[in-house]
Design a protein around this ligand. Structure first.
Ligand SMILES: O=C(CO)COP(=O)(O)O
Length: 252
């Protein structure tokens, strides 16, 4: 059985004292279960202190983005080498907000996925459709293209390690969640696409998360679906108590 991975994406929220309060409240309380993994995706300035404070705990630390180059003249950017050096384990790639506001493309997501694996970071690759695409019945085609490009050229072992987050854009921060059946249908399609590109054995290993207005009251229903193996959570991951409830749901 695939383990569940619950990741809290803080986006551009919290100051350092709030980040510290959160981690102090969470470390030691995350369920000690092989079935679930907890990840905090934090802004760059807090990564170092979060890695230190979560050391030896069940909580992993992720960045929300990175550049694909190791170093160089890219003012304002952060490289995979820097993240690895800090002790960060995961990195979110291709979040819809990065695609919309910061010109992230399927091509750069693919370059970043290669760079992540090259440096021993696990990518959480985000895909998802707009409301217009859903209404035009283009969801599966769109998500399929995003997934195929993101994993292009990765080895089967790397694909197996990749975490895919299906986040319908219309469900992000809106309070609208895809029905668990609809979300599962797309997650299942993603698994089939991965199977086509690799093999059934590899596709069965890939953790596919759902994201978009996930909260303690709806996570169990989502996780009960056959192809939803976790959640990438924005708003409801900001408070320690709520984050712990979300992680707890992964053990059920
Ligand atoms: O974008 C998301 C996580 O990456 C989802 O955000 P919300 O949970 O706030 O809808």
């Amino acid at each position: 059985m695939r383990k569940k991975i619950i990741a809290g994406n803080w986006k551009m929220n919290k100051v350092l004292s709030e980040s510290n309060q959160f981690v102090n409240a969470v470390v030691g309380k995350v369920p000690d279960s092989e079935q679930v993994e907890a990840i905090v995706c934090a802004p760059f300035p807090y990564l170092s202190s979060l890695v230190e404070k979560t050391n030896g705990s069940k909580v992993k630390v992720a960045a929300q983005n990175m550049h694909f180059e190791d170093n160089g003249a890219y003012t304002g950017e952060v490289s995979p080498v820097m993240l690895k050096d800090l002790g960060v384990s995961h990195v979110v790639l291709g979040h819809s907000e990065r695609r919309e506001y910061f010109a992230e493309t399927d091509e750069t997501v693919n370059k970043k996925a290669h760079a992540a694996f090259h440096h021993g970071l696990t990518p959480i690759v985000c895909v998802g459709e707009t409301l217009e695409q859903r209404e035009a019945n283009e969801t599966k085609n769109h998500v399929e293209a995003q997934v195929k490009k993101a994993i292009e050229g990765l080895s089967d072992e790397q694909v197996a390690e990749t975490i895919v987050a299906y986040e319908p854009i219309w469900a992000i921060g809106t309070g609208k969640t895809a029905s668990s059946e609809d979300a599962n249908e797309v997650c299942s399609h993603i698994r089939n696409v991965i199977k086509e590109v690799t093999s059934e054995a590899i596709a069965e290993k890939v953790v596919i998360q759902y994201g978009g207005s996930v909260k303690p009251s709806n996570i169990e229903e989502l996780l009960s679906q056959s192809d939803i193996d976790g959640a990438l959570v924005g708003g409801a991951s900001l408070e320690a108590e709520s984050f712990l409830q979300l992680v707890e749901a992964g053990t059920k």
